[in-house]
Write a protein that binds this ligand. Sequence first.
Ligand code: GCU
Length: 399
Amino acid sequence: MSTPRTRFAVAAAAALVLAAPLAIKTADAATTQTTAGPDSVAAPAAASFTPAEILAGVQANMTTAKKVNSKPHINTMTRAQNVNVYQVATGVYAYSSGMAIDTDGSDSDPDPDHQGETTWSDSNGQALGAHRVPFYVLGDDCWDRTSPCPHFFFKERGMTGRQFALMFYNGKVIGSIFGDTQTANSQTTSDNDSRELGEASVKAAQLLGIPSSGTTGGVDNGVTVVMFSGSSWVVNGSNANLNTNTQALVQKALDSLGTSMGTPTTPPTTPPGGTVVEAETGTLSAGGTFDSNHLGFTGTGFANPANAVGGYIDIPVTATAAGTKTLTFRYADGTTVARPATISVNGTSRGTLNFPTTANWDTWSTASISVPLTAGTNTIRVTGTTAVGAANIDSVTIS
Ligand code: GCU
């Protein structure tokens, strides 16, 4: 059970019996087919949606007509009774609230409210580890003890433990699973109650850039959680790999929801006469990854080259004829120092670009260099010259 906020803790809490023990190749490998419940959203179509497009689509669907609760929920952080849940697509439920930090489960934590149990466990029966698994918290019962529940109640919505959700905050999106529950109505000595919405694990906070201390962390508002009901959205795995398995479902969830909501995709902007080549068509040196956890990229993601001197990405670029061309790299550097990188074509260095900082990892800028290309396929290599490696690279435009 979750007791997130020291500032609201009651002395009698110790008297409570806090019961309730509680990169894969294909997304389906992380899911189970066994639990009954209504399946949500259609299989993903070919369209690839960005987090920004989906968040905008979700917000557009958070309308009175789509509200599923008739009495308001409580923002776990601020205590304001102003949180509602909306069905934004078939079987997909969204709310916006703050985030209080849950430290419970099998990872130790200095939080005096820390408890060893979470309501749901990993596939091996272990309590979830709040420092390793990004999980969210829902009410343990229906506060009003009536059916249908006037609040959003997971048991009425085809949801169970480890049910997948997207979490959006401050330009980021992560995957998260249903991991713990808010103290039930019957536990009257607790300051918490099951109408609260807006709590998640240390790991979820860390991934979203939210202060993650169980005693001083959290954020009052601005977190949007989009929960996917149905057995195909239950994530399996151990504490060691549940985070990886969950993040592996993010793009599938974005695409399923985009298709289901009829969200328009924004075509990438192409400079006049230019050809855009996405970085994700390239190859990274060891330690680099192709990611999609920041907003504003084009295509299906961006390259995150290794944080090392000499870490590189190779991007194949085709020219119809030999000649001098301008390469314009779309990149982000959310740190406070530039990330200079040498640019080589087919193994020959053609100079260094500075890649100055951008406002954050969701803000993209461009850096250009003129280089000779040969007819046919050319390999453009961007090699970081400092210990932090090259910037995140979204695409290169040839003009
Ligand atoms: C962060 C950021 C990554 C980035 C990395 C870096 O982890 O989320 O996208 O690549 O920093 O410093 O290179």
